[in-house]
Structures are given as structure tokens and as C-alpha cells.
Design a protein around this ligand. Structure first.
Ligand SMILES: [Fe+2]
Length: 207
């Protein structure tokens, strides 16, 4: 089975400045994200060993390790591609219509998403996700890397509000980091994710 690997970024570490500094991006990608990749691989290896030896007494810890670290790997892999240097404008086409219909307006969506990001207690994420059962977009407040996330939702837009994501640049002022985030969202990536999520929507239950 192939092990998880750290994906390359499509832009330089400093490309998202001034919204996110190159120093944060380098640490965040090469150290934090790498640690989740390593952790997910280790958890899978230890679970395979536990099956092979029949020693499953540690399975609760290993499953937690897998969920946390694979969650971290998935979340960051999406987050990097949700961002682009010099991105501006906003959602267009089906994405814009979908946001308007569900949340009332782009402004109302951004206010909701921002409140979720600012409200995270401890570490977590604000997430725009596609609910494949209800065929609708929802906003989810994700705890740590894996908590409070219903099964069957597909992330479309993710904002990391762990302190490692912003503290070097913004210290305790998370609101300024979230405001800067909106200037580097790659809406074309979000729109492409929506197309793929809609296409996969009937996987949960027969149509
Ligand atoms: Fe992070």
C-alpha cells in the first residue's frame, strides 16, 4: 500500500504575503503538515502490525492517531489549494448561485464562516462543505483535525485557525488573519470542488 506523502505547493512559500508570511508557510507546510503525514503513516503501520500479531489492545489509541493525523493531512492538502497568490474577486456561476441560495448572499456566507472561524475554542477549522446526503452546502466548525465533522460531507473551502497558522504574523488577533484570508481565496478551486462533490453526491445512498 502506498504511504501518504507531503504534496508540493503550487506557489512559493512567500507568494501569499502579506496575508500569510513566507516563514509561516514554510513552517506550516514543511513541519506541521509533514508531521501529520508522518503520523498517518505511522498509525497505519502500527495498525497493520497489530492485526498481524493479534495484539489489538492498543487499537483505540491507534484509531485516534489515524483520525487525527490523516485529518491533518487531508485538511492541509485542501487548504493549500484553496489559496492562491493575488486571488481576488469572488465566486461565480454555480458556486455563486449555490452560496446565494443557501446562505442568502455572499456577505451573509462570509459573515457566518468568519464567525465560525473566530468562535473555534482551542484548535480547529472553519469549513464550507458539501453535504452529500442533503445535496446542499453547509458550514462546519471542525475541532482539532477530525472532530465535529459529519460523515459524508466533502470539504470545499477550509480555513485553518490553529495558532500555528497565524500566530507569528497576527499574534492573538485572529480576526485580522481571517480578514486577510478572504483576499487569497482561490474561488476557482472552490468551484471545481463543488462540481466534483455534486458528481459524487449519490454515493452515500442510492439515488
Ligand atoms: Fe495547520
Amino acid at each position: 500500500m502506498p504511504l501518504y506523502t507531503l504534496p508540493d505547493l503550487a506557489y512559493d512559500y512567500s507568494a501569499l504575503e502579506p496575508a500569510i508570511s513566507g516563514r509561516i508557510m514554510e513552517l506550516h507546510h514543511s513541519k506541521h503538515h509533514q508531521a501529520y503525514v508522518t503520523g498517518a503513516n505511522t498509525a497505519l503501520e502500527q495498525l497493520a502490525e497489530a492485526r498481524a500479531t493479534g495484539n489489538l489492545g492498543n487499537v483505540n489509541k491507534l484509531e485516534k492517531d489515524l483520525a487525527f493525523n490523516l485529518g491533518g493531512h487531508v485538511n492541509h492538502s485542501i487548504f493549500w489549494t484553496n489559496l492562491a497568490p493575488g486571488a481576488d474577486g469572488g465566486p461565480e456561476g454555480d458556486l455563486a448561485t449555490t452560496i446565494d441560495e443557501e446562505f442568502g448572499s455572499l456577505e451573509a456566507f462570509k459573515a457566518h464562516f468568519t464567525a465560525v472561524a473566530l468562535g473555534v475554542q482551542g484548535s480547529g477549522w472553519s469549513v464550507l462543505a458539501w453535504d452529500a446526503l442533503g445535496s446542499r452546502p453547509i458550514i462546519v466548525q471542525l475541532y482539532d483535525q477530525q472532530g465535529n465533522l459529519p460523515a459524508g460531507v466533502v470539504p470545499l473551502l477550509m480555513l485553518d485557525v490553529w495558532e500555528h497558522a497565524y500566530y507569528l504574523d497576527y499574534q492573538n488577533v485572529r480576526a485580522d488573519y481571517v480578514a486577510a484570508f478572504w483576499t487569497i481565496v482561490d474561488w476557482s478551486d472552490v468551484a471545481a470542488r463543488l462540481v466534483r462533490a455534486r458528481a459524487a453526491g449519490t454515493l452515500l445512498l442510492p439515488a
